[in-house]
Design a protein around this ligand. Structure first.
Ligand code: SAM
Length: 186
């Protein structure tokens, strides 16, 4: 199925990765992915915190957990989805971004990001290993740039009609608006 992006976040560790994993999910949602699947430790509190964000800020972003990322990736590949592993060892995103957009449009993409050491099988199971520079940095940054290259900036203006709260952009100050209310709150 085309036009779908799933982020697979490998190796989540309760407590240690709470903040980064939550930021991976928020970034995925804000920049136009459809769902995130966590592997590693099962962390219901993390899933709950993401669903609260969706309830308040809108959209249909889903968060779930898989006990078996190998099976998850194998099944998604069998369904025709294109598995893109983000790693500094891969080929430069600037050289393959059109291929990624084509796969997104026609097949759907699974974007895999790691936390600590990523097993070699992931590199082998992926349809492509893609680098956002060949320097070590962060899964959040790599994901953000990959989503932006796939969506070509269109994700910057996504809005959610079912949002309970929205931002009123302002150069100065801080303005939010509750749904069905003319009142602006700070
Ligand atoms: N040292 C770990 C390894 O070699 O498997 C990676 C740790 S890094 C903090 C966590 C994740 O960030 C990686 O698994 C990868 O998904 C992402 N990442 C870091 N640098 C990247 C880069 N230059 N390009 C693409 N992804 C990157």
């Amino acid at each position: 199925m085309g036009r779908k992006i799933t982020v697979l976040r490998l190796g989540h560790r309760v407590v240690r990765d709470q903040r980064v994993s939550s930021h991976v999910a928020l970034t995925a949602r804000a920049l136009g992915a459809d769902e995130i699947v966590f592997a590693g430790d099962h962390d219901p509190a993390l899933l709950e915190s993401i669903s609260k964000v969706v309830e308040k800020w809108g959209g249909g972003f889903k968060a779930s957990y898989t006990q078996d990322w190998r099976r998850f990736l194998t099944e998604r590949k069998a369904q025709g989805e294109y598995v893109v592993h983000l790693t500094m060892y891969g080929v430069g995103i600037q050289d393959v971004e059109e291929e990624l957009r084509e796969a997104y449009a026609t097949r759907g993409i699974v974007l895999v990001v790691g936390s600590s050491k990523v097993p070699i099988e992931v590199y082998e199971l992926a349809d492509i290993n893609v680098a956002v520079t060949n320097q070590p940095h962060s899964e959040i940054a790599a994901l953000a740039i990959a989503l932006d290259r796939i969506h070509q900036g269109k994700e910057l203006t996504i809005s959610y009609p079912d949002a309970k709260i929205t931002i009123k952009p302002s150069r100065l100050g801080k303005l939010r608006k509750k749904k069905n209310s003319r009142e602006e709150i700070n």
